[in-house]
Design a protein around this ligand. Structure first.
Ligand code: PLP
Length: 435
């Protein structure tokens, strides 16, 4: 099969997730990837690109890691799949749940597994509501989320997603989801008072908003959130789907703020994308109360909850992150990346601001330079890709942002390369627009 045929088959038969569907039909896929090694991806034309987004913020240990392939193969040959429902269990899920209890901030101790982040979020909302139901508070069911947040695409997770374009995709969403401004704790408290705390089950938030354009909370934000949630008996859920497993330079993003949530969602980086796995962790207290109050079975579970092969891959992936010192590397390389982007900002006149935490970074374009209906980030994305760098353009919710989240294995020289390519790409866009 030649490349033209592949493109035609793609156009005809493949409905791409989160895509500009008409462009897809017209132009076909921009890249058809064939292999990956380290921070690089290679397409069917043999073009090599730096995977500056770790694909979808998830390939944290980089591409082509044979140890993960071996771990998957070993587990598949032994026991590829068996159920964890009810009284059934297996070693990979047990070991992983135990490992997660050690790794995550106290008091998170027990894990419910899913196949990804949307399912993890869905589970968190249901568990939170179920918990209040068991406590005899059936009206505690509202979930508060933040504007510009992203929590996934199942009905519940979309209903909790602050990026309004995602919610506008369908006009029938789940009830009982509400939003507050990104960093406004006073508004949150006012909202709770107005609605009545007896109607609110949980507050959910990403420690660093990712898909919404890498928005880092102010230093005291989560401390205040924790206090408010405790004061009004509202469960505090963190969505660590992107920020978990080293991405921000600590094992979990919330650790930067010195507080712990009651529940934590994770996915992506737990397997570096080598297998599909997500989950929700709950605090010891919540776990004990669920055990004490439950009268029947926990009627929530996915066929692939605790998939043995995925769990085996996760265990090996966590071991690699530990052995290779990747959490520390994310912190050091992240500082270098931010430094490089700040230097770039001084050189490039269309750049307004730079922000980030660990290996999550963003670059904002100046509004005053924007011509009518022209967004810079998609143009920069194209220029960067043609120079061998994949980044992401965020244009949702009125934004014009370039985002970077390279694999945690990245070295100093490769960080410099990313900044240099981005600088060249932005310069090309500037030249095209201002000369
Ligand atoms: N939560 C956050 C913070 C995410 O970034 C994502 C995906 O990007 C999700 C949830 C949804 O995860 P998934 O795509 O695995 O369903």
């Amino acid at each position: 099969v030649d490349i033209e045929q592949l493109i035609e088959m793609d156009k005809k038969h493949f409905l791409h997730p989160t895509s500009a569907i008409s462009d897809q039909q017209q132009f076909g896929p921009a890249f058809i990837f064939k292999k990956g090694k380290g921070i690089y991806l290679e397409d069917v034309n043999g073009k090599k690109l730096i995977d500056g987004m770790s694909s979808l913020w998830n390939v944290n240990v980089g591409h082509g890691r044979k140890k993960l392939a071996k771990a998957a193969r070993k587990q598949m040959e032994k026991l590829a799949y068996s159920s964890c429902f009810a009284t059934f269990s297996h070693e990979p899920a047990i070991y992983l749940a135990k490992k997660l209890a050690e790794l995550t901030p106290h008091p998170l101790t027990a894990t419910f597994f899913t196949s990804g982040g949307s399912e993890a979020n869905e589970t968190a909302y249901k568990l939170a509501r179920h918990y209040w139901l068991l406590k005899g508070k059936p009206f505690k069911k509202k979930i508060i989320s933040r504007k510009k947040s992203y929590h996934g695409v199942s009905i519940g997770a979309t209903s909790a997603t602050g990026l309004k374009e995602f919610r506008a995709f369908t006009k029938s969403l789940a009830p009982d989801f509400y939003f507050v401004n990104q960093f406004d704790t006073t508004a949150l408290e006012r909202f709770i008072e107005a609605e009545g705390p007896e109607t609110i089950a949980a507050f959910i938030s990403e420690p660093v908003q990712g898909a919404g354009g890498v928005h880092v909370a102010p230093e005291n934000y989560f401390k205040e959130i924790r206090e408010i949630c405790t004061k009004y008996e509202i469960l505090f859920i963190t969505d660590e789907v992107i920020t978990g497993f080293g991405r921000t330079g600590k094992w979990f993003g919330i650790e930067h703020y010195g507080v712990a949530p009651d529940m934590m969602c994770f996915a992506k980086g737990i397997t570096s994308g080598y297998a599909q796995l997500g989950g929700v962790m709950i605090s010891e207290e919540l776990h004990h109360e669920l055990i004490e109050l439950s009268k029947g079975p926990l009627l929530h579970g996915y066929t692939y909850s605790g998939h043995p092969t995925a769990c085996a891959v996760a265990l090996k992936n966590i071991e690699m992150i530990e052995k290779e010192g990747l959490v520390k590397n994310a912190r050091i390389r992240g500082e270098e990346l931010l430094e490089g982007l700040n230097k770039l900002k001084k050189e490039r006149k269309i750049v307004k601001a730079v922000r980030g935490l660990g290996l999550m970074a963003a670059l904002d374009f100046k509004d005053e330079h924007k011509q009518k209906n022209v967004l810079f980030s998609p143009l920069v994305f194209k220029e960067a890709a043609s120079r061998g760098l994949i980044c992401r353009a965020v244009t949702l919710d009125g934004q014009d942002v370039i985002v970077l989240a390279p694999p945690l294995i990245i070295n100093k020289k490769q960080i410099r390369k990313i900044v240099q390519i981005l600088n060249d790409a932005i310069k090309a866009v500037e030249n095209a627009h201002f000369h």
